[in-house]
Design a protein around this ligand. Structure first.
Ligand SMILES: Nc1nc2c(ncn2[C@@H]2O[C@H](COP(=O)(O)OP(=O)(O)OP(=O)(O)O)[C@@H](O)[C@H]2O)c(=O)[nH]1
Ligand SMILES: [Mg+2]
Length: 329
């Protein structure tokens, strides 16, 4: 079932235009679903700092999936998490000059909010997403890019769409109020053709098909195209979720240009052809079985930075507590 009408406010444009508090930000109730943000990153040292700094403080964890980077992507992520992203505002009673108690705020390090650095099991963005989903511990998964083209300030909008009843919140650059500053004319034509083909073959009413900004409840992870390691992963996932009958709601999103560096997607025509072939193969398949995520043991190089009670802990996951290395406070 597809509900294509956006159910929430549309605000697009400059990055700052999205910096509005969400209902979740205002609600610290422990029963809130935890949000894991997955960021696949391959040689994004120049961009990852800015992206991590913009992730909202109410997010439970960021899972950064490092795609065999040969630059300092992982190191840059660790530094920014330790130095910048650990401070949150805490509400508390404070005493004024006359000794009277009144509500106020103070800065303190975030509680339990983790940056988790993981490797991937094979190559490709699709494989990175699968590995990140397997490593995530939240009930809600949000997938963004490391190059700054997907705006972290929109995360609240995607999460709110899920909380309003969607199974899958699917980003679209072609809804009212959405847009892109990162798509060439060729890519727009190619995307439009793939959207049309998908809508005809699978009776969907999508407005976008090649965009990677999505969110979903982790319990639905098996409906994703987990077996595809390459760029076709996200496109076939968009088709699979409809085939599995999920309630898919498109969310207006504004795609920004990458901050710096080169696109990892090279050879657009070859990739476009592979996506077209994957769509046609998908049409010939009977309704696919649920996919399987890697187990925790299969995820390489898991390292987490957790901030609790003003103590920052850097640890390989699964290691005994006494092997932890406290790196700053
Ligand atoms: N872990 C991992 N991340 C990847 C891989 N390939 C791409 N990425 C990341 O996936 C995201 C999207 O890749 P981009 O290179 O921005 O692709 P694109 O958006 O089509 O290209 P631009 O329009 O130039 O931004 C970025 O964060 C990349 O670093 C991979 O094999 N492994
Ligand atoms: Mg990009």
């Amino acid at each position: 079932m597809l509900g294509m009408e956006p159910r929430i406010d549309t605000r697009t444009g400059a990055r700052s235009a999205h910096a509005t508090p969400t209902p979740i930000e205002a609600n610290s109730d422990q029963r809130e679903p935890r949000v894991s943000v997955i960021i696949p990153a391959m040689n994004e040292e120049m961009n990852i700092r800015q992206v991590l700094e913009m992730v909202p403080s109410w997010v439970h964890e960021v899972v950064l999936v490092d795609g065999y980077s040969t630059d300092g992507t992982a190191q840059a992520a660790r530094e920014v998490w330790l130095n910048h992203h650990v401070v949150v505002k805490e509400r508390r009673q404070v005493e004024d000059r006359r000794g009277a108690s009144r509500p106020g705020t103070r800065d303190r390090r975030g509680e339990g909010r983790a940056l988790r650095l993981v490797g991937q099991t094979r190559r490709g963005k699709g494989n990175a997403l699968k590995t990140g989903i397997a490593a995530a511990t939240g009930e809600i998964i949000v997938m963004i890019d490391a190059d700054g083209s997907t705006d972290p300030h929109e995360i609240g909008r995607f999460v709110q769409t899920l909380r309003n009843g969607a199974d899958f919140a699917k980003g679209s650059r072609f809804l009212k109020g959405a847009g892109t500053a990162d798509m060439s004319f060729d890519r727009k034509i190619g995307n439009g053709a793939l959207v049309l083909l998908t809508n005809v073959l699978f009776r969907t009413r999508y407005t976008d098909i090649t965009y990677g900004y999505n969110a979903f409840w982790k319990r639905h992870a098996g409906t994703l195209a987990l077996e595809i390691d390459g760029w076709a992963n996200e496109i076939i996932t968009n088709i699979r979720i409809a085939r599995h009958g999920l309630n898919v709601v498109e969310v207006p999103s504004f795609e920004l240009p990458r901050i710096a560096g080169e696109a990892k997607l090279q050879g657009v025509y070859l990739v476009g052809w592979r996506i077209l072939r994957a769509i046609l193969i998908e049409r010939l398949r009977p309704r696919p079985a649920l996919g399987i995520l890697p187990t925790r043991d299969e995820i390489p190089g898991v390292m987490s930075i957790t901030i609790d009670d003003d103590t920052v802990t850097l640890q390989p996951e699964g290691a005994e507590a006494d092997e932890n290395a406290a790196v700053s406070a």
